[in-house]
Design a protein around this ligand. Sequence first.
Ligand code: UDP
Length: 411
Amino acid sequence: MVHSIDQYVDVVGAPVVEQLRRLGERLKDIRVVHVNSTREGGGVAEILYWMVPLMNDLGLKASWEVIHGDEGFFGVTKSIHNGLQGYPVQLKKKDWDHYEEINLKNREHLLPVLEEADIVVIHDPQPAALLQMIPNRRGIWIWRAHIDVSRPHHQVWKSLKQYVQDYDASIFSLTSFAQILPHEQFIIAPSIDPLSEKNMPLNKRYVNEIAKAYNLDRSRPLIVQISRFDRFKDPLGVIEAYRITRKVIPIQLVLAGGGATDDPEGKEILDEVYKAAGDDPDIHVLLLPPDAHRQINALQRLADIVIQKSIREGFGLTVTEGLWKGKPVIGGDVGGIRLQVISHYTGYLVNSPEGAAHRIRYLLHHRAKMREMGKTAKEFARENFLLTRQIREYLTLYLYLLKDRGRSVFV
Ligand code: UDP
């Protein structure tokens, strides 16, 4: 389902849409290519799926390319990802050689579009080596990091830096993620699409059907975490928080997620989650297909509290999704969650399962406060984390970077 920018007037107001149209006119026919490593699963795919068509609607010639790799490649890039988020990983020369080899293979099918583009946005480490392989590039190349690189494992960052330092610019989600690099760095927070299946309003009947389908008891409180099964999302910590809370309140827990094609570790973590959940009928571990957007939307709406207890987080679109559904969010005190969860206003930042349990208990015992926080959460998301804001920042950045090529930055 592709939207037109005009459909956003009802959500963000006409002036916001008008400003985007004017920015789009300035960038008419500019060729922008986004490259990442998966079409589905995870936040990057979620953003590109909705953003690229809107950029076209605004007059740009935007496209989205995906690199392909084998199991070994995604094993290496997952280790790079873990290393950048501070986990001590060992990558050998042969791993980096394989990383380059797969990038080189992808270069073949991407070459024409990458050589011709006015702007290339390379997302995350997986396709970062492509830049060195396109000597005749004419456009501006931007490296867009979505992960929490505030405290990277030194050796991994040092190696990856060899590939990203030659970019013309890079974008991080938070100032605390910025690195020492020889080019300009920009801070742009990610966003959600309020009209996507994941976030659009749903009718009550459908939400009730989902509750029934997953055996959820509407008379008891529900806590929901939606996430890939990844150690940084701390699903085991969520189960611990649930167990502590269960001693005093008969809550239910949903841990729902699927895999991403560029994330090979999911199975191992899922097994650990099944083991920790045991045969407790009130812990619902749901393995969802990649297109379960409406189901996720319904689960977030069914939740009394949305939780995202990550121990590292680039941004956490699931947090934004929870805020947008008018739910207080209990989130790990890390990375992009800190931008979104303002303790006592839109939810609570926590540092342990005990802390999460304490806040769950508090909210469930103070329903009026919970409703008030939910309202604040929704307006906070509208102000700061909707796709229209992110598109405005991207377009402004493109204009700025293209200024030396005869494009006026004034709109
Ligand atoms: N998501 C999904 N299915 C799943 C798990 C996650 O559609 O099984 C979505 C989730 O709703 C969110 C995105 O994938 O839109 C995850 O983005 P986030 O920034 O929270 O985490 P990432 O996976 O990028 O680390």
